[in-house]
Design a protein around this ligand. Structure first.
Ligand code: HEC
Length: 164
């Protein structure tokens, strides 16, 4: 081979080595390339108005969304990231309208830390909150990863493969 041919062969070799290396790395770090699992499908208007209401009436005294936590917060309330993949808009509306939310989800906390009733809010506000949170989705792979990790922690066994 001529000098130029060696150079090309060498470069190709290098590309192959890097590609294999990346493949091995990706296989060992499956989460790394997947990005943030939470997203919203709500309209810009609902996103803005919902976020304002969520902030103004103090939901974040207890809850977190987008991983943002009020540093004064001590109540172990569930994170609401991706809640719209778990609960429907109708369910959320009913929950926010309930006189006694604990009749829907029993609390394991003292009464004052449990989910308060928002039946006193205007109907339009309860609808907005339901729309806003119903739009907050979580990607499927993340739910599967969380379920698998939880299963493994509880049982010590790998999570059984799911039928699609
Ligand atoms: C005093 C603390 C507190 C405040 C304030 C609060 N929550 Fe909650 N929330 C909770 C707790 C704790 C739960 C879990 C159920 C329980 O223990 O009552 C919960 C449950 C929920 C759930 C159900 C989650 C699931 O698993 O399906 C939603 C949705 C929710 N809250 C939304 C809101 C919204 C929206 C607001 C503001 C309008 C709000 N919360 C204000 C403490 C709070």
């Amino acid at each position: 081979m001529r000098k130029g041919d060696w150079l090309i062969a060498g470069l190709l070799g290098l590309v192959v080595v890097v590609a294999i290396g990346k493949g091995v790395y990706d296989a060992n770090n499956p989460i790394d390339d997947k990005g943030i699992p939470f997203y919203s499908i709500a309209s810009e208007e609902v996103k803005r108005a919902g976020a304002d209401l969520y902030r103004d009436i103090g939901c974040r005294d207890c809850h977190t969304i987008w991983g943002i936590k009020n540093i004064m917060e001590t109540v172990p309330a569930p994170s609401l990231d991706g809640i719209g993949s778990l609960r429907s808009e109708a369910w959320l509306y009913a929950y926010f309208s309930a006189k006694d939310p604990q009749a829907i989800i029993p609390t394991r906390l003292k009464k004052k830390y449990g989910m308060p009733s928002y039946a006193g809010l205007a109907d339009s506000e309860r609808r907005l909150l339901a729309q806003y949170f119903a739009g907050m989705k979580v990607k499927d792979w993340y739910l599967q990863d969380v379920k698998a990790a939880e299963y493994k922690k509880l049982t010590g066994n790998p999570y059984p493969k799911q039928e699609k």
